[in-house]
Design a protein around this ligand. Structure first.
Ligand code: DQA
Length: 148
């Protein structure tokens, strides 16, 4: 059984209402509930956390490591493209994670093409809508089972 952190960054609390043409109509509550259900079926547990604050996200990553959580699914929103502090938290804790973006960031503005965390992620899922979170969970399950 793995303990997984589902971490969402700024403005992802607005999913469902925010730019639905880009991000779809799924709310964050729906995604979190769906993932928790799927994790339960796979024998894992998920703790979901969203914050608009960079320092809260850093704190949550540090806490996850202290609590010996096994993996994270991270959509850092705009902090993906700006935050050395969150990169350092992920590096400093060695928390393995999958990076998720709902939209295809490479088909958008150039400033979204660079991620501070892609090179240290186990893998990245981009542009597949909110289904990307489901795929990340399936990939984590497979990754952990392969390591047994
Ligand atoms: C996003 C892409 C980011 O560029 C943007 O700032 C977001 C959402 C995505 O899921 O597609 O807030 O991470």
């Amino acid at each position: 059984m793995a303990h997984i952190l589902l971490l969402n960054g700024p403005n992802l609390n607005l999913l469902g209402a925010r730019e639905p043409d880009v991000y779809g109509s799924d709310s964050l509550d729906n995604i979190e509930m769906r993932l928790q259900e799927q994790a339960g079926e796979l024998g894992h547990s998920i703790v979901a956390y969203q914050s608009n604050s960079e320092s809260d996200l850093v704190d949550r990553i540090q806490q996850a490591a202290i609590a010996n959580m096994d993996f994270a699914i991270c959509n850092l929103g705009a902090f993906t493209h700006t935050s050395v502090a969150i990169r350092d938290a992920l590096l400093g804790t060695s928390l393995p994670f999958i990076e998720v973006h709902i939209s295809n960031v490479y088909a958008r503005e150039e400033f979204r093409h660079h991620s501070y965390i892609s090179d240290i992620a186990v893998g990245c899922i981009v542009g597949l809508g909110t289904f990307g979170y489901d795929l990340a969970l399936a990939a984590i399950d497979q990754h952990l089972n392969a390591g047994k």
